[in-house]
Design a protein around this ligand. Structure first.
Ligand code: DHB
Ligand code: FE
Length: 334
């Protein structure tokens, strides 16, 4: 059975792609941004997903104001980088996973989420920049196939955060009903607060962003109740991209482990936010397996108190502002 093992949230600023493509990553302005993703790249290299589902928005590259699907699932075998005005980015063609994508389309549509099926699509910075941040800048090929899910956040009305969250749950059911053993990581991209035009251009609201990240980890249902107007007012016109993070969050367990978080302001016009959330199931089944190999059925009292101490330590690290959960786990994973 396929399963979703983790979710990644990441901003998708086009200037980050331009900095990579033009060799500017060592400049202090950009180093500040890229250094926040070093641990994430290590995490990804160790996690080695078989497939990534990338929830992103197209910025009038594949679609135009003539036709904008609310939710569009990429079922093609490949997705070339789009020309966003400076020629296509020098990144590898994104290879799809048509079999899993077709299965997700069938499962999700029969689950009453009416997706648009896309069999030909070029992908813009909304998808390629988060891929770079997590997978680096490979020359020939991305390390795993990708299923793009484009969400309309560029023309009113975008879907609600609640709809996005529920779609994430339907995607999870779809993935879990796919017979092949595949480990899937799901990305939510865009945001955080930013507004790129109009009288409030340059708006950034770090307090609101950080609260969003806190709730994304611990109380995502609260986020599903945020109306569009609040995103616009608090996070700027383009802050609405953040609803896409709720598709990712909906696809995860209610309780997750936050393994990494990064926030920096600004990159171009945008507050860059990043989070990695892991489903606990994998750890739980692993510890059960270990317990079985030990001949023990469940953790003994000492084991339980060690777990409680680890949980307490993790909350201390979080309060201290360190972007990690358990020191021991992070050291071993990242
Ligand atoms: C910027 C951010 C975006 O999310 C985007 O799609 C385009 C531009 C920016 O910060 O410049
Ligand atoms: Fe954007």
């Amino acid at each position: 059975m396929a399963k979703i093992i983790a979710g990644v949230g990441s901003s998708h600023v086009p200037a980050i792609g331009a900095a990579l493509d033009n060799g500017k990553t060592e400049e202090p302005y950009w180093k500040r941004v890229f250094s926040g993703f070093e641990k994430s790249k290590k995490w990804m290299a160790q996690t080695k997903p078989d497939v990534a589902i990338v929830v992103f928005n197209d910025h009038a590259s594949a679609f135009s104001v003539e036709m904008i699907p609310t939710f569009a699932l990429g079922c093609a075998a490949e997705f070339p980088p789009a020309d966003e005005g400076w020629g296509p980015r020098p990144v590898p063609v994104v290879m799809g996973h048509p079999a899993l994508a077709a299965h997700i389309a069938q499962s999700v549509i029969l689950d009453e989420f009416d997706l648009t099926i896309v069999n030909k699509m070029e992908v813009d910075h909304g998808l390629t920049v988060p891929m770079n941040l997590l997978f680096g800048q490979p020359k020939d090929a991305w390390p795993c196939p990708v299923i793009p899910l484009a969400v309309n956040v560029v023309m009113y009305p975008p879907p609600t955060g609640h709809r996005c969250y529920m779609l994430g749950k339907a995607i999870r059911r779809a993935v879990e009903s796919y017979p092949e053993d595949l480990n899937v990581v799901i990305f939510g991209t865009g945001g955080l607060s930013h507004q790129i035009s109009g009288p409030r251009a340059g708006l950034i609201n770090s307090k609101w962003d950080k609260n969003f990240l806190d709730n994304l980890s611990k109380d995502p249902k609260k986020l599903t109740r945020i109306p569009h107007l609040e995103y616009m007012r608090e996070a700027g016109a383009e802050g609405i991209e953040m609803v896409m993070w709720l598709v990712m969050r909906g696809a995860l367990d209610d309780k997750v482990d936050e393994v990494y978080r990064f926030y920096t302001v600004p990159a171009s016009n945008t507050a860059v936010g990043h989070i990695i959330l892991e489903n606990r199931k994998r750890a739980a089944s692993k510890s059960k397996r270990i317990a079985r190999e030990d001949g023990r059925k469940r953790p003994n009292a000492a084991g339980k108190s060690r777990q409680a101490a680890a949980r307490k330590a993790s909350s201390v690290f979080r309060r201290s502002g360190l972007p990690v959960r358990r020191r021991k786990r992070v050291n071993s994973i990242i």
